[in-house]
Design a protein around this ligand. Structure first.
Ligand code: GLN
Length: 445
């Protein structure tokens, strides 16, 4: 079949889907011309197009982070993860929509467009990597990169019925990734299957001299890799509160399936996890408020002119940032300010230590922790946008993972009676992604 026919066919397919879901902010149909020309000797990803969340740099493409403040900005270089994929022969085809600077759970906070769920366009795709998850679910790209600070790869993957991996902190370089909360941020793949996510992860992982927190994957000797029967811990008390009944039933069905496959399921206690959400919503805004200080219109960002220098800052930041970003900057500067830092920020740091200790204790007993990825399926557009606390509750199961620096994957686990996808989150100890892949495969079998 001539390429033009293939491309025209794809163009129509792409345009029809995009009219419904709006997953991309920029898409280079020309880039597809080089796709499909799979060169011998390259990786299995050679010739495949992929989507990149708009807070991850691709040379020559926009890098807006879903923010008006960075509209029109084009990146002069590519993130290490993108460069590695390019070197493996994959082609970055476009930038996907996201909540502004990664803040949100529905992609509603994008300054540019809505992203709808491909399974039901009256519902959200999740967030903040909603564009990446929707694009993969609709078959517009075989995989996409997202970033995950508190669940932004896993929750949209769960809402869209695809796989989303948050690697161990430092497994993937953050070079070229716009910082949100630097101690929690990690880039992760979104793909249709566990094996596709692993293919991408194996290419993007590894030490990068340009990111001091990255570490060499060669150093990981996985003693558990050979294990075929795994011990799965379920934090019963933590998962019982506020679950949608269909999510609860689906979660139990998944556990039953894993038991039938020969894995052991036991109850575990994670007492500090009840504070995880509060801890996250102190640590994350604190770090974000300092990271976002650079967007003052002089060094970075579209400058708005005020009466004087302070006026320039106020105009630029007051009109460039959306309401959620401003809310978190205010929260972050408050919890860090003299007199309040001890009461809030350092308390959150202390809670982080408890959460890490809980993980360390539990991973001596079990190989994997299982929870639902989110408390409910994809919700209706606009349903939670006016209620920040309801939106923050979306992150209840995902944020402990970032606080602990451990890896987790959201794996599709079936559907609600009305046909909405659901996901189960599997968490392992640091550098134990292979266990997640093994159990994720067992779930899909
Ligand atoms: N929903 C979370 C938040 O709004 C997660 C964000 C993320 O992982 N980037 O902070």
């Amino acid at each position: 079949m001539p390429h033009s026919v293939v491309r025209d066919g794809f163009n129509a397919y792409f345009d029809a889907w995009e009219a419904d879901i709006g997953s991309f902010l920029e898409f280079d149909k020309q880039a597809l011309a080089v796709c499909g020309a799979k060169a011998a000797g390259l990786s299995p990803l050679s010739g495949l197009p992929f989507g990149v969340k708009d807070n991850i740099a691709v040379a020559g493409m926009r890098l807006s982070c879903g923010s008006k403040l960075l509209s029109g900005f084009s990146s002069p270089y590519s993130a290490t993860a993108v460069t590695k994929l390019r070197e493996a022969g994959a082609v970055p085809a476009g930038k996907t929509n996201m909540d502004e600077f990664g803040m949100g759970s529905s992609t509603d906070n994008s300054a540019f467009r809505r992203t709808n769920n491909p399974w039901d366009p009256s519902r959200v795709a999740g967030g903040s990597s909603g564009g990446s998850a929707a694009a993969v679910a609709a078959g517009l790209v075989p995989f996409a990169l997202g970033s995950d600070t508190g669940g932004s790869v896993r929750q949209p993957a769960s809402f869209c019925g695809v796989v989303g991996l948050k690697p161990t902190y430092g497994a993937v370089s953050r070079r070229g990734v716009m910082a949100m909360a630097s101690s929690l941020d990690q880039v992760g793949p979104i793909a249709k299957t566990i094996d596709d996510a692993k293919l991408v992860f194996d290419i993007i992982r590894g030490k990068d001299d340009l990111d001091a927190t990255s570490w060499s994957s060669d150093s990981v000797l996985d003693k558990n890799q050979a294990k075929t029967k795994l011990k799965i811990g379920v934090p019963r008390e933590f998962v019982s509160a506020g679950l949608d009944p269909e999510v609860a039933a689906n979660f139990e069905a998944t556990l039953a399936k894993l038991k039938t496959a020969g894995h052991e399921v036991v109850d575990i206690e994670l007492p500090s996890f009840r504070y995880a959400l509060a801890c996250y919503y102190v640590l994350m805004p604190a770090e974000a408020s300092t990271n976002l200080a650079r967007f003052d219109g002089l060094r970075y960002g579209t400058k708005q002119v005020g009466a004087d220098l302070l006026g320039d800052y106020q105009e630029t930041r007051g009109t460039g940032f959306g309401p959620e970003v401003r809310r978190r900057i205010i929260l972050g500067t408050y919890v860090l300010s003299a007199g309040y830092a001890d009461e809030f920020y350092y308390q959150a740091v202390a809670v982080q230590r408890l959460i890490k200790a809980d993980y360390a204790r539990v991973f001596k007993e079990v190989d994997v922790i299982a929870t639902p990825t989110a408390p409910g399926p994809a919700f209706k557009i606009g349903e939670k946008i006016g209620d920040p606390l309801a939106m923050y509750l979306e992150d209840i199961f995902t944020v402990p993972v970032n606080i602990g620096g451990v890896p987790a994957v959201s794996v599709p686990s079936g559907q609600t009676t009305s046909g909405l996808p659901l996901g189960v989150q599997l968490t392992a100890g640091a550098k134990q992604e292979e266990i997640l892949f093994a159990l994720g495969r067992a779930m899909a079998a």
